[in-house]
Ligand binder design. Sequence first.
Ligand code: HSE
Length: 394
Amino acid sequence: MINIAILGFGVVGSGVAEVIKENSDSLSEKLCGQKLNVKYILDKRSFPDHELGDRVTMDYDMIVNDPEVVMVVETMGGSHPAYEFTKKALLAGKNVVTSNKEVVANFGTELLEIARENNVNYLFEASVGGGIPIIRPMWQCLAANKIESVTGILNGTTNFILTKMIEENMSFDEALKIAQSLGYAEANPAADVEGLDTCRKICILASLAFGKTVSPENVHCEGITNITLSDVEAAEKLGYSIKLLGKAQATDAGTYVITSPFLVGFDNPMAGVNDVYNAITVCGNAVGDVMFYGRGAGKLPTASAVVADIVDIARECKKAITWTLSDTNPVIDYKSAKVRFFVRTPDASAKDLFPGCVFCDTDEGYAFITDELPEAKLCEILANIPVLSKIRVL
Ligand code: HSE
């Protein structure tokens, strides 16, 4: 019997219990006949009608002090007290599995160090991409490579909203409500729509890819709240879809990391990634581009990744992830990086300012795509004309 405790019995935590029950036999086969047992559930609420209702406690010390508990599954969300509980569990010699991207992005380097010192695992496959295997493949299967870039649609809620707005002409608020009812959105959905969730996830991937701690506070972050249907229509005319991306790229000057909406050409497979699906392209210097695709949010897809980490530890794959990160910030000023931009303006003189660029007419004037140039330089040029919107192009 392998005893675990689940911290937080919300969408993901209850999904973990459901997968463990539903797949009990096949999981047991993978664990040489051993069974996973949810010994405790930590939550402020009670669940009298749930079959695990008698395992619910509000006393975290009881869990940490129970020598039978070998693994703590943190699915609480939010930084606090999730960070403190994780630290306490690792210091007590318990393995920790988490889906909490906020804690991993902000405190991952420290928690991995504590895990290493205490000879236990801190695993977080579910923190990025929901059910998509990405952390372990990057760390293990792509280990031969120097990673050159990682680019992803990393937030299911915003991809769902953008898809509904574009394909069904649904309002932003209505699409968000559905995403919330399906359990995709964060407790405070501002973290989804303002890009912070994507930012946390690209920071985790960038840190893993480049071996240095990339912190959300050093990364420029824009969400989808300023995207209008006029942007979507003009982008389509020029052959592009609009997606919220996290992007990290190695450059000669340092690491370029950004979260923002991007125009993605219809010929790029990412343009066809819709609804709650996420997709991540990793470019390695030996392998070239590798793309990962699947459900990026939701109860069972996320639980799938959490339970996979549980199984990994239960199989005694010790130190599945040993992530040593230097603490020096590698992120360069995003305005120094060269990018292409999509610009909408009512002013025809833009054609003189950007000669050679392809323009299309829109209801409100013109839209065009610039050549690659440093963002700071583009801002200087655009200061001479009124700008309705300006969005990066992948
Ligand atoms: N709110 C997140 C999303 C949940 O929509 O992607 C999964 O991390």
